[in-house]
Design a protein around this ligand. Structure first.
Ligand code: AMP
Ligand code: GLY
Length: 421
C-alpha cells in the first residue's frame, strides 16, 4: 500500500520513519515533508490549501491511506473533502476538529457535560471584557478563540497585562476576533495525555510533558515546544481512570450527540491539581515534539493501527509499547521564536549515529544540491530511549555536540523535573 503524510515537521518525519518499518508499505509520500523525509519518501510540494489538487494527486498516484499531521488542514475540513472521494484518511473531520479550532466550542461542551476545566467567561467586545476585570483575581488567563499556534494565550499577572491582552486580541493579532475567553488560573502541573480513535473505539496512546518556553528554567517566550519526555511523572492508573471517565468519555458522548464521530489522535492538555485532572485544551492531532518522543516506543506496526482506525476495528488490535523512558531535545535556529536566519547550512549530520534507541527527526530543513539547510525555527529533534531520563538526556547532548552547529541552540534542562541534578 502507498501512504501519504500531510505536514513538514518533526512529528511528520517521526510518523514517516516509523511507518517505513511496516512491510506492508510500498511507498510513502510527504506533503511537503522536509530534508529528513526526503531520504525515505517522496516529498511533494503542493499548496495544502488547494484540496482539489491534493485529491487529484492522491487519486492519480493511487495512495491508499492519508495521515494528516497538523491542525490547520483538519480544522479546514480536509478529511471531509477527501472522504467524499472515498479516500481513506486518518484524522478527525471538520466538526470534530472544533475541539481544537474553537476554544469556546470546547468550553461550552465542558459546561454542558460537566467536564472539569477552569471557570470561564466569553466576551464579545473590549468594553465587557474590561468591565469583568474590575472584580477579577490575578493571575488570570486570557485567550483568543482562533487557532494561534499556542501563541494566543496570555497569563496576566495584573490588570495592566490583562487590558493589554484584550486590546491585542480584539485588534486582530490572531486574526479577526469575534470573541475572547477569560479563564480562572489553574495552579498545578501540566500533563499531555494521548488517545487514538477509530470513530467508535479508542486506545491510550501515552503521556508526555513538553517544555514550551524558549529558555532554561521554563522562562521566556512560548514556542511550539523545545523538548519533551514520556511518560509524564504524574500518570498512574487512578489518574488515568479519572481522565477517561471525567474528560474523554463525556467529550466523545458530546460529539456523538452532535452527530459526529472522532477518528484520529486526540491530545488532551491537562492541569493536574491535587490529583484531579482539569482540561486546559484539546488538540486534534499528536503534539510536536510529543509525537517524536512517544512513537519510537511503539512496538505494534503503526500502519496496522492507522488502518484499523480507518476501518473502525481498533478494538481488535493489541497496541504494544516498549517499556522505556524517552526524551527529546529540539535544536532550534538562534533567535527563535522571534526572527532567525534562514538557509543556514547544517554540516556534520553524517556524524550522528542513529539506531532503535537514538533517533534524529528533521523539522525545518531542506535539501539543496546534496546539502542540508535550516529553513525553520525548530530544526532538528534528537530523541533517546533509555532505562532512565538522565542517560537519555546525556546521550542526546553528546550527539548535539557532535553536530556542533553554530547556527543553533537548545535547552539542556529538558526533563528537569524527572532528572535529579
Ligand atoms: P493552551 O493553548 O490553551 O494550551 O494554553 C497554553 C498554555 O497556557 C498551557 O500549556 C498552560 O501552560 C497555560 N494555560 C492555559 N490555560 C491555563 C489556565 N486556565 N490556568 C493556568 N495555565 C493555563
Ligand atoms: N507541543 C505542543 C503542541 O504540539 O501543541
Amino acid at each position: 500500500m502507498k501512504v501519504g503524510i500531510i505536514g513538514s515537521g518533526g512529528r511528520e518525519h517521526a510518523i514517516c520513519e516509523v511507518l517505513k518499518k511496516s512491510r506492508k508499505i510500498t511507498k510513502i509520500y510527504c506533503f511537503p515533508g522536509n530534508a529528513g523525509t526526503e531520504n525515505i519518501s517522496q516529498n511533494v510540494n503542493l499548496d495544502l490549501e488547494n484540496f482539489k489538487k491534493l485529491k487529484n494527486f492522491i487519486l492519480e498516484n493511487k495512495i491508499g491511506l492519508i495521515i494528516v499531521g497538523p491542525e490547520k488542514p483538519l480544522v479546514d475540513g480536509l478529511v471531509d473533502y477527501l472522504q467524499k472521494f472515498k479516500i481513506k484518511v486518518f484524522g478527525p473531520n471538520k466538526k470534530a476538529s472544533r475541539l481544537e479550532g474553537s476554544k469556546i466550542f470546547t468550553k461550552k461542551l465542558c459546561k454542558k457535560y460537566n467536564i472539569p476545566t477552569a471557570k470561564f467567561g466569553i466576551f464579545q467586545n473590549k468594553k465587557n471584557a474590561k468591565k469583568f476585570l474590575k472584580n477579577s483575581k490575578y493571575p488570570i488567563v486570557i485567550k483568543a478563540d482562533n487557532l494561534a499556534s499556542g501563541k494566543g494565550v496570555y497569563i496576566c499577572k495584573n490588570k495592566i497585562d490583562a487590558n493589554h491582552a484584550i486590546e491585542e486580541i480584539f485588534n486582530g493579532k490572531f486574526g479577526k476576533a469575534k470573541n475572547l475567553l477569560i479563564e480562572e488560573f489553574l495552579n498545578g502541573e501540566e500533563m499531555s495525555f494521548f488517545t487514538i480513535h477509530d470513530g467508535k473505539n479508542y486506545k491510550f496512546f501515552g503521556t508526555a510533558q513538553d517544555h514550551k518556553r524558549v529558555f532554561e528554567g521554563d522562562r521566556g517566550k512560548n514556542t511550539g515546544g523545545m523538548g519533551a519526555y514520556s511518560p509524564s511523572r504524574l500518570i498512574n492508573n487512578k489518574l488515568q481512570k479519572k481522565i477517561v471517565n471525567k474528560i474523554i468519555k463525556p467529550t466523545l458522548a458530546g460529539l456523538s450527540n452532535q452527530n459526529t464521530k472522532y477518528l484520529g489522535f486526540l491530545y488532551t492538555g491537562l492541569m493536574i491539581v491535587n490529583d484531579e485532572p482539569f482540561l486546559i485544551e484539546f488538540n486534534v492531532r499528536m503534539g510536536d515534539p510529543e509525537c517524536q518522543t512517544i512513537i519510537p516506543k511503539l512496538k505494534t506496526d503503526l500502519y496496522e493501527i492507522f488502518l484499523a482506525c480507518c476501518e473502525e476495528r481498533l478494538n481488535k488490535l493489541n497496541v504494544k509499547w516498549y517499556n522505556k523512558k524517552s526524551l527529546c531535545i529540539v535544536l532550534c535556529s538562534k533567535g527563535y521564536p522571534e526572527g532567525f536566519k534562514k538557509n543556514v547550512e547544517i554540516k556534520n549530520l553524517n556524524k550522528i549515529i542513529t539506531n532503535q534507541d537514538k533517533l534524529l527527526f528533521h523539522a525545518g530543513t531542506i535539501k539543496k544540491n546534496k546539502k542540508i539547510y535550516a529553513i525553520g525555527g525548530r530544526v532538528l529533534n534528537f530523541i533517546s530511549l533509555s532505562k532512565n531520563f538522565s542517560s537519555a538526556r546525556k546521550n542526546i547532548i553528546t550527539a548535539i555536540h557532535k553536530l556542533n552547529w553554530p547556527g543553533g541552540f537548545f535547552r539542556r534542562d529538558i526533563g528537569y523535573k524527572v532528572i535529579k541534578k
